[in-house]
Design a protein around this ligand. Sequence first.
Ligand code: NAD
Length: 457
Amino acid sequence: MTAAGPLITSHNPADPDDVLLRTPAPGAFETVGAVERAHAAQPEWLSGGAAARSAALGAVADGLHAAREELAALAVREVGKPLAEARAEVARAVAIWRYYAQAPYEPVGAVHEAAAGPGLLLSRRRPHGVAGLITPWNFPFAIPSWKAAPALAAGNTVVLKPAPEATACGLRLAEIVRQALPAGVFTVVPGGATEGNALVSAADVVSFTGSTVVGSAVARTAMARGVPVQAEMGGLNAAIVLPDADIERAAAHIAAAVAGYAGQKCTATSRVIAVGAALDPLRTALADALRAVPVGDPADAATVCGPLIDERARDRTVDTRHGLSVLAGGTVPDQPGWYATPTLVEKVPPGHPLLREEVFGPLAVLLPADDLAHAVRITNSVPYGLVTSVHTADLNTALEGLDRLDTGMVRINAPSTGVDFHLPFGGTKESSIGQREQGRAALEFYTSSRTYTLSPT
Ligand code: NAD
């Protein structure tokens, strides 16, 4: 066990001199201690009953709703999320807690006749114990909520480790959630890899969201312990545009999915595939739409594309376009903060990193395809498989896309970004490991089935 670790520092990405917080990382020993305290609190949280858990989750929703403007402003300041999106994220978090507040009343199993003779067979879902949650910085309220709320509803207790870049958001969330819950039921441990590792080594179920490199390692460690694990990771999402699509509308949707929150969403569009005659009008419409995206101060309610999370992310976005044919953007505005303008490139040579690696910035590549089958092959050719958007006026084409695309989600005539929290969320290949998140799928993940046999004496 190691002692308390180095300082966690979080900056305002729009004004790097504005330091929100400097706090020592608690270290592995303290993290494991938090899991032990959560263990001690779990039996009473479960035995307290459905009504108590439901009321507590409802009270969390009320607490978050009451603090919604303050929380949105904190997300603006700490992770550079444009105000309109930050407000929408907090509203989504509130809705998630309300949705799962009903879950404790849901059935938890089934009753079967015995195969032979009298007696009853019961299957009943039970919580695992302590859920260890590891989250990224880009949705500092919604992602912790969509993991914690179903875990708690099912009778687990929770230890959450937010990303270091979103520590202030995580600690404020903890204050609000804890007001509604008994002691030890929900704990936030700030920190980085050391604390994350310690959590994976001690929790009874692990849910991770973040990069593919870290998620794969987390999943391996948890699996080696025989602990259920899910990891939601990166994406390299495509938008397919057919010649029959409303090109202006498709361009508007795609521009929002490329540039919204500076492209820092796992569901952002980074490849735009124009089929046949769609190429020329789409090139013009999309370049125009990206140039028109409001870039600037995330505290301004009109901003769509704010700063990137840090200098490295900004440089990665801008450097990637070198040597490529740039149709829009690719510049760094002359102002403090880690900004890059929304960028569209084309004529990217085969094997270029842009065609296989996530940039996580406001940048997309335009690719031509001969027909839908070719577009589907390009879409499916990457190691990721999170979400695809298809833009067409033809229902047959849409249905063909649904059948042949190998991504976990397909959105027809809608941006690739924006998901509904009451349906399963996740992808294929290197985008996801394990069971889906959100909706009823989450309640299954945070429980395991027990089979009981009741025989007459
Ligand atoms: P990251 O992988 O760097 O960090 C994610 C979390 O893992 C953080 O809390 C971090 O402190 C922790 N961590 C780092 N090393 C660890 C270790 N060795 N053991 C345990 N925990 C460790 O990701 P990020 O930069 O915070 O987020 C960006 C990434 O997240 C992008 O790749 C994006 O696509 C992905 N993402 C995916 C989804 C999804 O649902 N698929 C949603 C949002 C973001």
